[in-house]
Design a protein around this ligand. Structure first.
Ligand SMILES: Nc1ncnc2c1ncn2[C@@H]1O[C@H](COP(=O)(O)OP(=O)(O)OP(=O)(O)O)[C@@H](O)[C@H]1O
Ligand SMILES: [Mg+2]
Length: 288
């Protein structure tokens, strides 16, 4: 069954009580007989006064895949990730985590479920070193003292498990790292805390070519290790290089969410700018 039709069927079943709030776990998962995505959103809406930032948004985020979230400035990408990560609880809509209906009301609740968000600028503290950043607010204590040895060991192990080899010392202050290394540390932090969904807002925006390649490589590795990744990006080169699925927001509405193979750049540009596209994907070699 095509995704669009599948979503439509769910919407039809769901419309009667899409905005009611129910206790966690009490509602059946829509389409639960299919492969259950790690995170499923249905009918998510959010407004700020008169501004309708999100209207009736549906999205499935499967484990082991990179889902790219594209959209023009102001389309609602950041608001959507803030709804998922507990910063802006949505006005309406429902969310299922691993098949169970949940309400994520605070960033702490999101973290406790394994949702970690890497914000572009706020990800790390410049004046702290790599270990301090990775354990910030969640330090290991032993006999009333910080357990530096165990934290250093865990930080090193996590970086090496992700094949991040360019960070020379985990006692380096983050201010001394390159942009790509910082993103790598922020991503490693998410892995260290067993995040099952890693959300990244424009992780390559400030990076050069080589560092972008390094971060995209890491994003791919995360998904290959079974994490779900939601990658917010304006950069269609990045999106097409790494995403398994692409979701496009236009003026707060989800206008497409399809496998990357069913889209090309021009279709995504059409969807981002007008909310629709009449094009079909060109077979390789026939694109003009
Ligand atoms: N805290 C807020 N208060 C009022 N309006 C907001 C708030 N946050 C976002 N908005 C509005 O919601 C809409 C969506 O904003 P959002 O930041 O999600 O866009 P975006 O897709 O992330 O854009 P960009 O690509 O520029 O980052 C915009 O019209 C924005 O002005
Ligand atoms: Mg944004």
């Amino acid at each position: 069954m095509g995704l669009a039709r599948h979503v439509r069927l769910i919407r039809e079943e769901d419309t009667t009580d899409a905005t009611t709030t129910q206790p966690a776990g009490s509602a059946p998962v829509p389409g639960g007989d299919d492969e259950t995505p790690l995170l499923r959103l249905r009918g998510v809406s959010k407004h700020f006064g008169p501004v309708r930032a999100l209207t009736d948004v549906d999205l499935d985020i499967p484990a082991g895949q990179v889902t790219a979230l594209a959209g023009d400035n102001g389309a609602g990408k950041s608001v959507l990730i803030k709804c998922i990560s507990g910063i802006h609880p949505p006005d309406a809509g429902r969310m299922w985590w691993n098949g169970e209906q949940v309400h994520v009301r605070t960033p702490g609740e999101a973290a406790a479920r394994g949702i970690e968000t890497v914000y572009q600028d706020l990800a790390l503290c410049d004046n702290l070193d790599v270990v301090q950043n990775m354990f910030l607010g969640r330090e290991r204590v032993r006999f009333g003292q910080l357990d530096q040895e165990s934290m250093e060991h865990a930080a090193r192990e996590t970086l090496s498990s992700l094949a991040v080899t360019t960070v020379r010392s985990v006692r380096q202050v983050v201010a001394s790292l390159s942009g790509g290394q910082r993103q790598s540390v922020a991503i490693a932090k998410a892995v260290l805390w067993n995040s099952r969904l890693v959300i990244m807002d424009e992780p390559t925006a400030a990076l050069g070519v080589a560092q972008t390649a390094m971060v995209l490589d890491l994003v791919r590795r995360l998904a290959d290790r079974g994490h779900a990744v939601l990658l917010v990006s304006h950069n269609l080169n990045d999106v097409f290089a790494v995403a398994d699925r692409i979701a496009v927001l236009h003026l707060g509405r989800m206008v497409a969410a399809r496998p990357t193979a069913d889209l090309d750049r021009q279709i995504v540009v059409d969807l981002m700018t007008t909310g629709a596209s009449t094009r079909t994907v060109q077979a390789p070699g026939t694109a003009g």
